[in-house]
Design a protein. Structure first.
Length: 325
């Protein structure tokens, strides 16, 4: 039995899809469904049980799953309620860490490229305690993930209790099917698809940094299909412990990312640049690019989809009558 947290969300629902495709229906999904229609991400899926997060530890003590794929989190990079973010993201993850260590269950959890902050210390996934202490996240979300990484690193270096497999994955800018419920936190392609497909002009943020042109902000955009493949590879293979970047290793400008969207729908780009909200300017990552050396050393050899390829596949899904998997 495998538990997937955040199972009705973006990455979580894609993991449930992949597990079903691999012939596994011994999946327990854990999430809050709320009112944002995320239940649609699970309507075609098979799973053994549905558990609310507050009931998960007791459920696991009773049912003893072999592994927990922990994708659940409040992923808003603009969140301001620190107590809520710590409760949902950090404290819950640490409770799962303690359970898995005691029960001997595997734990693969989602960290984030947001832990790198402005990138002044680079994007190398150094999982030593000293290396992690140098990072300065720019927002609450990134900080909440960083705290978990620090705890895991400290336990590993002090030889304290950890699950037999405990792997953190630093996801970069993920895009793909099943993100429609995310609102402002959707990828740019998901957010702008309808406007572009209808022949409208789309908006991107102006640059407020010298030397970076409008639309020239660069991120490592990675397809959710590659994220899922990597996560499931670590479940079955790879080292017992570690913290690994999951991105393409290639930074792409937002302009090029959106141009790939227009190309996929067969239209010429129509882009207008608007000022970035002032409240966001000091917390905005202008550049991210995953170092993949650690991931490759661990043995993961599969290629990552280029932006044009990944966006075209995503647009094919969005343009169908039934975009959810």
């Amino acid at each position: 039995m495998i538990v997937v947290t955040g199972a009705a969300g973006f990455i979580g629902s894609n993991l449930v899809w992949a597990l079903n495709e691999a012939g596994r229906d011994d999946v327990v999904v854990c999430d809050w469904l709320g009112k944002d229609q995320r239940w649609l991400n699970l309507r075609k899926r098979m799973f053994r049980d549905f558990v609310f997060p507050e009931d998960l530890i007791e459920f696991c003590r009773r049912e003893k799953p072999e592994a927990i794929l922990h994708m659940g989190a409040n992923s808003s990079t603009t969140a301001v309620d620190g107590d809520e973010i710590l409760r949902v993201n950090t404290k819950f993850t640490l409770a799962l860490l303690d359970y898995c260590a005691a029960a001997g269950a595997a734990l693969i959890y989602a960290s984030s490229a947001a832990t790198y902050g402005a990138g002044e210390n680079g994007f190398v996934d150094d999982d030593s305690l000293a290396g992690l202490k140098r990072l300065r996240p720019l927002n609450l979300y990134g900080w909440s993930k960083h705290l978990v990484d620090l705890v895991v690193a400290e336990r590993r270096e002090k030889r304290l209790a950890l699950p037999p497999k405990c792997v953190g994955l630093k996801f970069f800018n993920v895009y793909g099917p099943n993100e429609g419920h995310k609102g402002a936190m959707m990828s740019v392609v998901g957010k702008l698809y309808q406007t572009a497909a209808q022949g409208g002009e789309v908006e991107l943020f102006k640059s407020h940094r010298a030397g970076v042109e409008d639309g020239g902000q660069r991120r490592d955009f990675v397809s959710v299909d590659d994220v899922v493949k990597t996560t499931l590879w670590f479940l079955d293979h790879g080292p017992a412990h570690g913290l690994f970047n999951v991105g393409t290793g290639r930074a792409t400008t937002f302009r090029a990312f959106v141009e790939a969207l227009f190309k996929a729908i067969g239209k010429s780009p129509l882009i207008r640049y608007v000022p970035m909200p002032e409240a966001l300017r000091d917390r905005y990552q202008y550049f991210t690019e995953a170092s993949l050396a650690n991931l490759r050393r661990a043995g993961y050899a599969a290629p990552f989809a280029a932006v044009d390829e990944g966006v075209a596949a995503y647009v094919g899904c969005l343009s169908s009558d039934d975009a959810c998997r």
